[in-house]
Write a protein that binds this ligand. Structure first.
Ligand SMILES: C[S@@+](CC[C@H](N)C(=O)[O-])C[C@H]1O[C@@H](n2cnc3c(N)ncnc32)[C@H](O)[C@@H]1O
Length: 371
């Protein structure tokens, strides 16, 4: 079996140990009373044995409820599959979790009107690396000098092994990434559309020994390489607060809520950037990155990524590798992204420590607590 086609198990507990599919489906319908399992389980058992077969008729709602069907419907499932493995125990992913490959907008989210949308006019796609491409105009550089010197100012390496990887200056910054997009004149092969082209590595969601599910890849990942987006339900800050209150453990809910606040500014001319930022909730609907655990010595970081400048208030959250990563190494990021001072202060206060959650990242740089 190839490394990126690892066995996919543990998706639905109900499917385990039920014998052969052919005998179960027909005989169950014939003689239901003699069967010990409730009907829902029979449906799942049937689904489990046949969901890989393209021509087999499976009810839509079964596909809707099946994690395997959800990840296999992703457009990139063929070259870059997502697998789910559990060699630790019998548990499965939460039943109320659903895989999505694009964020879903809550009904109250405002999108930019058409007249505010814009893109670059670069006919020669190579031009999108240089100062002068409209998509790069908000980046931090001296425009006059960059134009005069025809400087490459875009975020990526152009050639060789590192092509499409973030450049060192970007990687060590917290600055946003500005990319070309579908509103631009350049085509989809433009070197400044790395995130837009999507994930290019297989991912494996696996059960860790002590931190629930985690994520790794069967292939080597280069420093600066794009991993995937954090997607989820994009909601208003009021809705996020409502969900925090409703959640049994507000801090736990916070782990899944990411504020889209990279461009928030009370002085901004754009009213959408003046108000409280939208948040992405990945708890119940998200992609594989929702299962990435924390480490105090992480190998990934999240960058804000903007396509159309009119969408800054709903910018992307893009995971990039900040180190070379060997195959099958767990992928991790710092949940507080270096903002550890309050945590370290609290960890010295006995009263606070009793309510804090221990970090089990196991790194030599471990701060001791998650929050
Ligand atoms: C965003 S989820 C990550 C996926 C999670 N492991 C799961 O099984 O769904 C965050 C949760 O994972 C666990 N976790 C992540 N990193 C951890 C760490 N370094 N130490 C202890 N628990 C961790 C905590 O329970 C945390 O609330």
């Amino acid at each position: 079996m190839s490394e990126d086609r690892m066995p996919t198990i543990g998706i639905k507990r109900d499917w385990k140990g039920k014998g052969k599919a052919e005998s179960s489906i027909d005989s169950m319908d014939d003689d239901e009373d003699s069967m010990p399992a409730p009907k829902k389980n029979l449906k799942w058992e049937r689904h489990f044995y046949y969901h890989e077969e393209k021509d087999f008729m499976i009810a839509d709602e079964e596909i809707e409820d099946c994690h395997w069907c959800q990840i296999n419907a992703f457009p990139t499932a063929e070259p870059y599959p997502i697998t789910i493995t559990n060699f630790i125990d019998e548990s499965t992913l939460p039943d109320d979790f659903r895989f999505i490959d694009k964020s879903v907008l809550h009904q109250k989210i405002d999108l930019a009107p058409e007249e505010f949308r814009s893109g670059c006019g670069c006919r020669n796609t190579g031009d999108c690396k240089y100062a002068g491409c409209n998509c790069l105009e908000d980046m931090d550089f001296d425009m006059e000098e960059a134009l005069a010197m025809r400087q490459k100012v875009y975020s990526y390496h152009s050639q060789g092994e590192k092509a499409e990887c973030l450049r060192g200056t970007k990687l060590h910054s917290r600055n946003p990434i500005y990319e070309c997009h579908k509103g631009c004149e350049c085509d989809t092969s433009c070197s400044n559309r790395v995130v837009e082209r999507g994930r290019k590595i297989p991912l494996n969601i696996f059960k860790t020994e002590n931190r629930g599910w985690g994520v790794r890849s069967s292939v080597k990942i280069r420093k600066g390489q794009f991993i995937d987006l954090y997607v989820g339900h994009i909601i208003t800050s009021q809705e996020a607060d409502r969900r925090r209150k409703k959640s049994e453990f507000a801090q736990r809910k916070d782990v899944y809520l990411f504020a889209l606040d990279k461009f928030s500014d009370p002085e901004s001319a754009d009213p959408r950037l003046r108000r409280k930022p939208y948040e992405v909730d990945g708890e119940f609907m998200s992609g594989p990155t929702r299962f990435i655990n924390h480490s105090c010595d992480p190998n990934l970081r999240i960058f804000a990524r903007v396509g159309d400048h009119a969408d800054k208030h709903i910018h992307d959250l893009a995971f990039f590798a900040i180190k070379d990563i060997a195959p099958m190494t767990e992928l991790t990021f710092d949940y507080v992204d270096g903002e550890s001072a309050p945590l370290l202060k609290d960890s010295k206060n006995d009263d606070k420590v009793k309510d804090m959650t221990k970090c089990l990242c196991g790194s030599r740089k471990c701060r001791g607590f998650l929050w």
